[in-house]
Each structure stands twice: as structure tokens, then as C-alpha cells.
Write a protein that binds this ligand. Structure first.
Ligand code: C2E
Ligand code: MG
Ligand code: MG
Length: 768
């Protein structure tokens, strides 16, 4: 196994350091050069000076020496003598670096000294690597020219300081910084572990690092990284179960604390593994658990050595540091994986979400293209899910979605995909199907059957059904967007024919979808060309027989087909959102018309305008109403807005808030088609509503139908109790009028009195 330490080794011709060490070294080397040259020019107190100087030099731990022009030692202090393997100073005198160091080192020193001699320029504080023994040594060195009295250079003086410890600490810090950078840049874990181990090994030569990871079941250790450890040994311990007597790592992971074994061959913890290790020669193994931020064991970091023994304080620090860094990296990876999962999965069911589906579907189709197999795509929608949510509560609804998801998953293969795309909507993707409709259908029907099995929710056993719209590649489209659009049409059809069924896309649906698209475009053009008109149907007070209001009812003046009633285009307008610009026009036009009648001197009446849910939910809806009033100059009390129960019940809290804002404008509110939706009586009490409009369907069979009579009577008395006015819609006969009058109904609207009519006709009605 070759190890690559080069990353952690700096070149020996290192940069000039700029710290205190350097400054001191510079000053000392200059003083020394002066002293040494004086020594060679005898003066009266020379003996004393010589002695002091020698004593001083020998007490300094730095290496101090002077060499002649040929690089031979003239003098050296004791530290230099000892470091180079001599005992007495005279032993080194006359020797050169070539007698002492390796060829490479000696050349390197010589080069530097030559430069000083030739240029006369000193070198200060360079860092040098000196391999005197096996251990590498770092020196910080200054070299200055040695000159005689005449100023002629006669050699060099050098001072070196051992900065190995500082260098090691520095290198460790750099290594840590680099490792943190690797964590920050999301380097793959195995790569990070290798770097970590190599850094530690570079710092502690002849020691081998290993990282093991705790398996997801928290019971086994799996190989993380061990670039220097015998690979057969790594393979042998991969997957080992942790326990109270499983070597150093298995035990450390089990206990959650460090286990430092000084002799593998005699330690009882290694009893079962000593033979495995014997041929490899590992003698000590110090293992530290890698812990999460919360203290859970994530794995182990261990150092093996061929020598028996316990770790030094420095080694324990290093092991802790390494385990700590490994922990940060593992946790960071785990949280990245969690985020990644969350971005691609639905939190409630754990199923993939639409984003992941979009990523995968193209490759599924590509695969099918090559193999000639089929891919099935099915939209699935639970029937009446909203009802379950509303009656049993959201918890039960959530539980149902989870149950349904897991039942679906149980029906498909790993290569298939089930995606949750909305509340109770799913997409099923079945891969690699044989090109037979029968196989595809039986697999999908199996899913429907699984969903339909009884489920217990909130203590009640119930059954849910679902509707499916199905397409398959290559039959129904080439690309995902086309297939999905067609699956949507098939789903539409499944809902249309009464839910609880599966529809495969066919040509007829394609035609219908086309037709719908065409109608959408036509309606959009109608908006642009302002092809709409309003008709008005009077509302009459039963006591006075007077018209007090008119409901504005929309018609589409189609250039070819003539007048089209709202029932034929409003649903499409709602579905496509075109109802918003259309509704804006209605509101403005009704206000304008009413004000024009008032200005023409007709008796003032209220105009009522139907509001769709889409409009009502618009954020600026209230201000649009205010603007319509302002632009037309109509007083707010002459405008009534008709809302439906289902519109309000979609989001009662915000609906009530909006209703209050409208009420504050001075506008009146009515509940249209009352009795056909469902609004709780307690909620109804809180609505700032002036009028209930009894739906036409209850009035229709009066007086024959006893139920309708009862319902109508009940609504009238409810309105009276809540101090609301009540108007009956769709009144066509005298009998109906009589019944309503007798039941205390205030007002009526219907063909009995007048059909909805164009503005001009309405004027003559009003004038009467
Ligand atoms: P609605 O608001 O309940 O309007 C009453 C509907 O009942 C009108 O149908 C009206 O012509 C019809 N009607 C009135 N008296 C009688 C009667 O005695 N017998 C029978 N059989 N029908 C009667 P229309 O005009 O076809 O409108 C249908 C629905 O379209 C309206 O029901 C309303 O929901 C919607 N609508 C109409 N105009 C607008 C509008 O400007 N905006 C919105 N969002 N919806 C509108
Ligand atoms: Mg209405
Ligand atoms: Mg109505």
C-alpha cells in the first residue's frame, strides 16, 4: 500500500516566515557574525570574550555555526554538534554538509550558502526541511556572510531553529480547514473519509486509520474508509455485529465510548479476532465512537499500530478531532439527504412528488422506446375525499391518504412509481409492461380493488372508491405532457360517468378535449370582443306588488348562434378563470345601468349581481366593487351581491371577513340558491347577509310536493328568526304565490311576474 503524503508536505525551499522567531533570529545572526569576525582579530580581552561567547552559544538550543568558503565548519555550538551525531565541537570542525547529511540535503544547504557568499546578501528566516533522522525536521534558518576586517567575505554564519512542532500544528490546522471545506462543498463521504485518514496518517507516521459506519439498523458496522488497512481484513469485518466484546470498534460502538486496546493479542475484547489479525501484525487498536450532535453513535474512528501501546495525549486529541470531524460530515450528509428527500417527496405519505415524477417519466419513456414495452400512466382520484375530510376531520383524511398510499405501493414493483400530486390525487406510472391492454388493466384494477378494501378511520369502518383515467405509451402519446393531458381527459370522463371506475383514454375523449379547447378559445375571443349583454329579472314585494329590485343575468350575444344562456358557458368560464374578466364586466355594467335608470328618473331599485367563487377569492375583489360604485356613481345601498353557500363554505373564515368588508362599503349581500348547498346553521348566524333566496327547485313542485312545502316553509321561518329577508326564486304559478304569501315569504322572483328581459323592456316594466 503506498501512501500519498505529498499533499501535506511543503517544499523545503519554503517561503520566508514573518513572525517573532524571524526577528529574533535576524538580530542574533547579525550580532554573531560581528562577534565571530572579531574573534579572528585578537584584541586585549579576547580570552574573556571568547569564553563568554562560547558559553552563550552552547546554552542556546538553536543551531549556530560558521563555515568557510568551501562549506567546512569553522565553529559550531553544542546543539549543532549533538544534532549531527558528534560529541565534541572539534569533531565537526573541518567537515562539510556532504560528510553529515544526505546528498540531496547537503546540496540544498550548499546552494543557499553559495548564494550568500556570492551576492553578499543575507538570507533571513527561510523554512527548510531537514531529514536528519527518519523523522522529518523543519528548521527556520538565517544565513549571513562572514567577513574579515577588510570586509572580504570569508564564509557564512548560520542560525537555525527547530520549528517542527509549530509546522506540525500548522499543517494540522490547514488539514482541518481543508476537511471542513470538503464538508462544506458536499464532497462524497467516502472521499472525505479518505482525506481525513490520510491527514491523520501523515501526522502520525506508521499508524493506520479506519472509519466504520453504523448500519441503518444500528446493529452492524460497515466499512467507511481505511485506505491503509489490509483490504482482506476490511472485507472480513464489514457488516460485523456490534457487541460488548467485539474488538475495539465493535465494542466502542456498542458502549458509545472510546476503547483503546494496547495489545490485541492479549486483550480479552479481541479474543475472537486475534487470529484474524495475527498475520497482519497489527498490535494496538484505539477506537473512538463517532457521535452525532445529540450523542447517538454514528460509527467509529480507529487507529491501528504495529506496536503495542497506549495512545499519547496528542494522539488521543487527534483521534477525538478526527471522530468529531467525521461526525460533522456524516450528520451534514444525513441532513442533505433529508432535504433532498423532502424536496422530492410528499411529507404525508412519503411518496415521490411531482418534481421527482417529472424527472423520471422522461427516462421511463425513453427506456420503453428502446425495448418496445409499454408504460402506463394513470391519474387516480379518491371519490368523495372532501366529504371524509369534512365529516371525520383532517386527521382521518390524512390517515386515509397514508393507508391508500401504502396499499398502492404494495401493488406495484420497485421500478414503478406512485406519486402524490395534490390533496387526494395520485399518478401511477407502471414501467416495462408487455404490449397488452389486458395486463395493464388487470394491474390497475388490482390497485383499485386494494384501495376499495374496508378501512377503519376514527373508529369507523368504511370503504372508499376511486376514479382512474388511464393512458399508455406509445398508444396515447409520445411525450409526458401529451400523455398526462390525455390521462386528465380520461379522468374527467371517469368522474362524469359517476366515479368509482376506470377509463382508458380514447379518440372520443380526444375529440371532446379538442372541443373544449376550441370553446375556451371562442369564449376568450368573446371577452375580447365584448359580446356579452345583461338581462334583468324583476323582484317583486308580495305585500306591495312593487318591483324593488332586479337580478342581472348574463347572456352571450354570439355572432352566429344568437343569445346563449349562462348555463352553457359559465361552467367553462369558471374552469378557465375567464369568469374573472367577465364578472368584472357584469359588475360594472349592472352598476352603470342602474345608475342610468335612476338618472332617467325611474323609481330607484336595487340591482343584484351574481358572484362566482373565483371572483370572490380574488385578492382585490372588495376594491373592485368599490371602484365599480365610484365609477358609476351608484350608491352602495342599490347594489346587492349574490353569493352561494358553497362559495362561502370553501373557506368560512376568510369569506366572512370579506363579507364584512363589503358590508362596510354599504353593499348588501344575499345567499343565492339557498338550500341546495350546505351551510351549518351556526355559521349562517354569523354571515352579514340581508336576504336568503330560496332555490327554484323547492318552489317548482309547490303546492303538490309536501316535502318541498315543508322545506320552503322552514327556510322562510329560519330567515325570519335570523332577521333576514327571504325571496323565492322560480315562481311560476298563482298557487305558488298563494302558498308563499301564506307562509310569510317577503318577495318573489320568477316567470309568474316576468322573465329576465333586455334593459329596454325592463324600463317599461318599471315604468308600469
Ligand atoms: P341564478 O342566479 O339562480 O339565476 C336565476 C336563474 O333562474 C336564471 O337563469 C333565471 O332565468 C331562472 N329563472 C328565473 N325565474 C324562473 C322561473 O320562473 N322558472 C324557471 N324555470 N327559471 C327561472 P339563467 O339566467 O339561465 O341563469 C342561470 C344561472 O347562471 C344563474 O342562476 C346564475 O347562477 C348564473 N349566472 C347568471 N348570470 C351570471 C353572472 O353574471 N355571473 C355569474 N357568476 N353567474 C351568473
Ligand atoms: Mg342569482
Ligand atoms: Mg338562484
Amino acid at each position: 500500500m503506498t501512501k500519498n503524503f505529498s499533499r501535506y508536505r511543503r517544499d523545503s525551499g519554503a517561503a520566508i516566515a514573518s513572525n517573532d522567531d524571524t526577528q529574533r533570529l535576524i538580530a542574533a545572526s547579525q550580532r554573531l557574525a560581528a562577534e565571530v569576525s572579531r574573534m579572528f582579530s585578537p584584541e586585549p580581552d579576547i580570552a574573556d570574550r571568547h569564553y563568554w561567547l562560547e558559553t552563550m552559544m552552547n546554552h542556546i538550543p538553536d543551531y549556530i555555526y560558521a563555515k568557510d568558503l568551501d562549506g567546512r565548519f569553522l565553529i559550531a555550538n553544542q546543539a549543532t554538534v549533538t544534532e549531527n551525531g558528534f560529541r565534541e565541537a572539534h569533531e565537526i570542525v573541518g567537515k562539510s554538509d556532504y560528510d553529515i547529511h544526505t546528498l540531496e540535503n547537503a546540496r540544498h544547504f550548499e546552494q543557499a550558502e553559495r548564494r550568500v557568499i556570492e551576492t553578499g546578501e543575507p538570507i533571513f528566516g527561510i523554512e527548510e526541511l531537514n531529514a536528519v533522522s527518519k523523522d522529518e525536521r523543519w528548521l527556520m534558518t538565517s544565513k549571513v556572510p562572514l567577513r574579515d576586517k577588510q570586509g572580504v567575505t570569508i564564509g557564512v554564519v548560520g542560525i537555525s531553529r527547530d520549528i517542527t512542532d509549530r509546522k506540525r500544528a500548522e499543517r494540522l490546522l490547514l488539514g482541518q480547514a481543508r476537511l471542513l471545506e470538503l464538508i462544506a462543498t458536499s464532497t462524497p463521504l467516502s472521499e472525505f473519509f479518505n482525506e481525513l485518514i490520510l491527514m491523520i496518517e501523515a501526522h502520525l507516521p506508521s499508524i493506520i486509520g479506519s472509519i466504520l459506519l453504523l448500519s441503518p439498523d444500528q446493529r452492524h458496522l460497515l466499512t467507511g474508509a481505511a485506505p491503509g488497512l489490509d483490504s482482506a481484513y476490511c472485507a472480513a469485518i464489514h457488516g460485523i455485529a456490534i457487541g460488548p466484546k467485539v474488538g475495539s470498534c465493535g465494542t466502542a460502538a456498542f458502549r458509545g465510548e472510546p476503547v483503546f486496546v494496547s495489545d490485541i493479542q492479549s486483550d480479552p475484547l479481541w479474543e475472537d479476532y486475534a487470529e484474524l489479525v495475527r498475520p497482519l501484525g497489527y498490535r494496538s487498536c484505539w477506537s473512538m465512537p463517532i457521535l452525532s450532535y445529540r450523542g447517538q453513535v454514528l460509527g467509529t474512528f480507529a487507529l491501528y499500530s504495529h506496536q503495542p501501546g497506549t495512545p499519547s495525549v496528542e494522539q488521543v486529541d487527534l483521534i477525538s478531532m478526527a471522530a468529531h470531524l467525521a461526525g460533522i460530515a456524516i450528520e451534514r450528509r444525513q441532513s442533505e439527504e433529508r432535504i433532498q428527500f423532502m424536496a422530492h417527496h410528499d411529507a404525508l405519505t412519503g411518496l415521490p412528488n411531482r418534481a421527482l415524477f417529472d424527472e423520471r417519466v422522461a427516462s421511463a419513456l425513453e427506456q420503453a422506446r428502446l425495448t418496445g414495452q409499454w408504460v402506463a400512466l394513470a391519474f387516480l382520484d379518491l371519490d368523495n375525499f372532501k366529504l371524509i375530510n369534512d365529516t371525520l376531520g383532517h386527521h382521518a383524511g390524512d390517515e386515509l391518504l397514508r393507508v391508500v398510499a401504502s396499499r398502492m405501493l404494495a401493488c406495484v414493483r420497485k421500478s414503478d412509481m406512485i406519486v402524490r400530486v395534490g390533496g387526494d390525487e395520485f399518478i401511477i406510472l407502471l414501467n416495462s409492461l408487455p404490449p397488452e391492454a389486458g395486463v395493464m388493466l388487470s394491474r390497475l384494477e388490482a390497485i383499485r380493488a386494494a384501495i376499495g378494501a374496508p378501512v377503519v378511520l376514527a373508529g369507523r369502518s368504511l370503504q372508499v372508491s376511486c376514479s382512474m383515467g388511464v393512458v399508455c405509451y406509445p398508444e396515447h402519446g409520445d411525450i409526458a405532457a401529451e400523455l398526462l393531458a390525455n390521462a386528465d381527459s380520461a379522468m374527467y370522463r371517469a368522474k362524469e360517468v359517476g366515479r368509482n371506475n376506470l377509463q382508458v383514454f380514447d379518440a372520443q375523449m380526444a375529440a371532446k378535449a379538442h372541443e373544449k379547447l376550441r370553446r375556451h378559445e371562442e369564449l376568450r375571443d368573446a371577452v375580447a370582443r365584448a359580446e356579452f349583454v345583461l338581462h334583468y329579472q324583476p323582484q317583486m314585494n308580495l305585500k306591495t306588488g312593487r318591483i324593488f329590485a332586479a337580478e342581472s343575468l348574463l347572456r352571450w350575444q354570439h355572432p352566429e348562434r344568437g343569445l346563449i344562456s349562462p348555463g352553457d358557458f359559465i361552467p367553462l368560464a369558471e374552469e378557465t378563470g375567464l369568469i374573472v374578466p367577465i364578472g368584472d364586466w357584469v359588475l360594472n355594467e349592472a352598476c352603470r345601468q342602474n345608475k342610468a335608470w335612476q338618472d332617467a328618473g325611474l323609481p330607484p331599485i336595487v340591482v343584484s349581481v351574481n358572484v362566482s367563487a373565483r371572483q370572490f377569492k380574488e385578492r382585490n375583489w372588495v376594491s373592485k366593487v368599490a371602484e365599480a360604485l365610484e365609477d358609476s356613481g351608484l350608491e352602495a345601498c342599490y347594489l346587492e351581491l349574490e353569493l352561494t353557500e358553497s362559495l362561502i363554505m370553501q373557506d368560512v373564515v376568510s369569506a366572512v371577513a370579506t363579507m364584512h368588508e363589503l358590508e362596510a362599503l354599504g353593499v348588501h349581500l344575499a345567499i343565492d340558491d339557498f338550500g341546495t348547498g350546505y351551510s351549518s346553521l351556526s355559521a349562517l348566524k354569523r354571515f352579514p347577509v340581508r336576504r336568503l333566496k330560496i332555490d327554484r327547485s323547492f318552489v317548482q313542485d309547490i303546492p303538490d310536493d309536501a316535502d318541498d312545502r315543508a322545506i320552503t316553509g322552514a327556510i322562510i321561518s329560519l330567515a325570519q328568526k335570523l332577521q333576514m329577508q327571504v325571496i323565492a326564486e322560480g315562481v311560476e304559478t298563482q298557487e305558488q304565490v298563494d302558498f308563499l304569501a301564506a307562509s310569510g315569504c317577503d318577495d318573489i322572483q320568477g316567470y309568474f311576474f316576468s322573465r329576465p328581459v333586455a334593459p329596454a323592456a325592463f324600463v317599461s316594466l318599471l315604468a308600469k
